[in-house]
Design a protein around this ligand. Structure first.
Ligand code: HEM
Length: 149
């Protein structure tokens, strides 16, 4: 788990790219771009105190804004990520980081904590919570690029 070079071979999950539906655009309609940025900022605060902190850059707030830009467009909003960084190609962008099932579970657990209070904190629509969690579960499986041990 380091920022620079990978030392392990690239593993590709048998499941292939996620086929599930995107999360509902109603989420963005309800929480707004501002809510997405706050939610991702809160996620990165959790990641900062997690066992996978070392994968991330020094400036977690900046990193959170990059992810938030992606989530805005994923949720049907303005193409904030692609405009600045180009095509998403998320699996490819994660390849420099050695992500195994443990790392994935840590990431998901941090997001789950943020989602615990999301209805109150950002006005997240509860009827779209299950779909959003399923999306994160499926999409994160596709980010795994290292076999455990
Ligand atoms: C499976 C667990 C995951 C881990 C351990 C992980 C880890 C990371 C790391 C280390 C970075 C680099 C941060 C930086 O240098 O700025 C990153 C970037 C990013 N991640 Fe993840 N990630 C995971 C899953 C996801 C998922 C499921 C999504 C979206 C649904 C996502 C969205 C992003 C975005 C948008 C970026 C910025 C990409 C870029 O640098 O251009 N990540 N992630």
């Amino acid at each position: 788990m380091q920022r620079s070079e990978r030392t392990s071979p690239i593993y590709t999950p048998d499941s292939g790219p996620p086929q599930g539906a995107r999360p509902s655009p109603v989420i963005l309609e309800k929480i707004g771009e501002e809510g997405v940025f706050r939610m991702l900022s809160d996620l990165y605060k959790k990641l900062e105190h997690s066992p996978i902190r070392g994968m991330f850059p020094e400036d977690m707030e900046l990193a959170s804004r990059k992810s938030a830009a992606f989530f805005v467009q994923l949720l049907g909003g303005r193409p904030l990520f692609s405009e600045v960084y180009g095509p998403p190609r998320m699996r490819q962008r994660h390849l420099p980081f050695e992500i195994d099932e443990d790392a994935r579970n840590t990431w998901l657990a941090c997001f789950a904590e943020v989602l615990e209070g999301a209805e109150t904190a950002y006005g997240f629509p509860s009827e779209h919570m299950a779909g959003f969690r399923t999306f994160l579960d499926l999409f994160s499986a596709w980010m795994v690029n290292k076999l455990d041990r």
